[in-house]
Design a protein. Sequence first.
Length: 284
Amino acid sequence: MYNLKNKECCVQISNTLINQNIDKTSIENQYYEKIYSIKGYNKNIDFWEIPLWIAKINSIIETDLYICKDINQTIKDLANYDEIFFSVLDVNKKFIFLLIDLLPDSILIHLGGYIDFDKNYQFKYNKQVLCYKSIQEFCTFNNLEYTEKVNYSLFKNMKIIPRLEMSSGCLYNCKFCTVENQIKEYTIKYIFNQIKEFKKLNFELIYINDKTFGQAKNHQLIESLYWLVKSTNKNFQGFIIQTTARDALKIEPEVLKYIKYAEIGVESFNNDILKNTVNRTIQD
């Protein structure tokens, strides 16, 4: 049985640490700065979107939130915790693995994420480290009940663009993408749970997290969800979606009325075309 009396903490590596050597004059940085100058495009200095894994963990057990901006300070601040949670990605793994090496051996460390732990890292010093393929697996291993929901209490009043999960997967087979090639629609109960939790945040736009909006049939719920959000947030402008030109043409006009911005995927192996596309976006 999981020990709910333990002192736990979810740790997020700050963008200020990950991007400390970024070239701020690069065309990629100009591109993002241009987008995030639009009204309602709010990003936190430490992460552009709320780490969904933390919101899901906190719907199951109560933890603290710690943002790692400095390795040495983080080691001091986390030393008194019983258990620590990390989500490991390629962009943050070197910082997380360094923390694991330097944190006290007494701390139990839970790892999830998108890398192959066996191939990328060998844990040393007899550390207490457990790796999970999913939050469901964490619950099963620790005899906890898993339900699909989120809790945004740790991010209360944060000015940001929340992400709404309506479906997962995509029907395309792009070679550069690892998204599962089938559509899974989330339940109405989970969608309503997310909308309810958004009330704790400060936002004007909601990003639909569907990989290719329009492929899942439940995209037609957008009108009802718009008015549900609007009833408690008068500043809500509408939704942001990501999709393809082909799928955008199939979206019903009554749905499009509630889409404020659309990100249309442009794929090409021609570097000149890609460079010109980014330049044009910055100038427009």
